[in-house]
Design a protein around this ligand. Structure first.
Ligand code: 0O2
Length: 267
């Protein structure tokens, strides 16, 4: 795992932001009632169901105010996601190594991972109109743990995905194939949400992880486009969008040509 990119060290900041949001939210509520709710809800989340992010949304009441307890729970939750990343990264590394042994080349160029920052989590929850609670977070946001897998060729992307999904302890939750159907702006990538079994001292949990898979060319475009988009002091004009889209198409053509060459020389 690339330790530079793995932003687990943001957990402390993350805690602060979520805590502040929860504080605002919960100040309006009856503290006692909420405390009872939180106890029931979090015990279900962290102890009962062996899952992080199990699915039901109707239990999305705001959490109670014991900030220390909340911080502890948030920390525990992040540890679970971090373990999911470790487990999945190891699986990918093993597949890469095994493929290398029999094919003399690697289908994976690079693996990066990150825990989503509290700021991004808060923005996403706001965008989705969700209350800022831990239960809503785990039930609705599936990309808290994220892995990005960069492959040389398009066929490698699908082959690595196939090998990963054929494992019995990896459950596929969602596929978004932005390679077959690119986004309007030209973004290409294969997105999988998987749940991976991770064993802890008190039992097994299914941890959701978002796996973004793409070629080196697609990654070049996505990384640079992301940087341009987040340059806040200058808006991207429609004409710039058009040029960015053209760059994405050039990358797609390069991928296609490389794929053809690979097939011609029986790579
Ligand atoms: P970050 O910082 O990468 O985490 P959903 O999760 O299904 O409710 P969402 O978030 O739109 O809806 O899902 P989608 O379309 O699968 O995209 C999720 C992630 O894909 C984004 O994460 C980006 O990492 C990446 N992505 C999607 N579209 C683009 C794009 O046009 N350009 C680039 N560079 N990346 C893209 P986040 O949450 O935006 O941020």
């Amino acid at each position: 795992m690339d330790e530079k990119v793995k932003r687990v060290d943001k957990t402390a900041d993350s805690q602060k932001t979520v805590d502040e949001e929860v504080k605002k939210d919960t100040a309006k509520k009856e503290k006692m009632a909420e405390a009872e709710y939180m106890e029931a809800d979090m015990s279900e989340q962290l102890e009962g169901e062996n899952q992080v992010g199990a699915g039901e949304t109707e239990s999305c009441l705001p959490l109670a105010a014991d900030q220390l307890d909340l911080a502890r729970q948030y920390k525990q939750m992040m540890l679970i996601y971090e373990a999911g990343i470790r487990q999945l990264t190891t699986k990918l590394q093993i597949l890469n190594r095994e493929f290398e042994q029999s094919n003399d080349r690697n289908p994976i160029e690079n693996i990066k991972s990150r825990i989503k920052s509290a700021e991004s989590i808060a923005k996403k929850m706001e965008r989705k109109g969700l209350p800022m609670t831990l239960s809503c977070l785990t039930n609705n946001i599936y990309d808290i743990a994220g892995i990005r897998v960069i492959c040389p060729f398009i066929t490698d992307v699908y082959e690595v995905a196939r090998m990963l999904l054929s494992q019995t302890d990896v459950e596929l939750v969602q596929v978004k194939d932005y390679i077959r159907e690119p986004k309007e702006n030209g973004y290409r990538s294969l997105h999988l949400i998987v749940k991976i079994n991770v064993f802890f001292s008190d039992g097994m949990r299914q941890v959701p992880v978002e796996v973004q898979m793409r070629t080196i060319a697609m990654n070049f475009w996505a990384s640079t486009e992301h940087q341009l988009r987040y340059k806040k002091d200058k808006a991207i004009t429609p004409e710039m969008h058009e040029r960015l889209k053209k760059c994405a198409d050039i990358m797609a053509d390069a991928d296609y040509q490389m794929q053809k060459l690979a097939e011609e020389i029986h790579f």
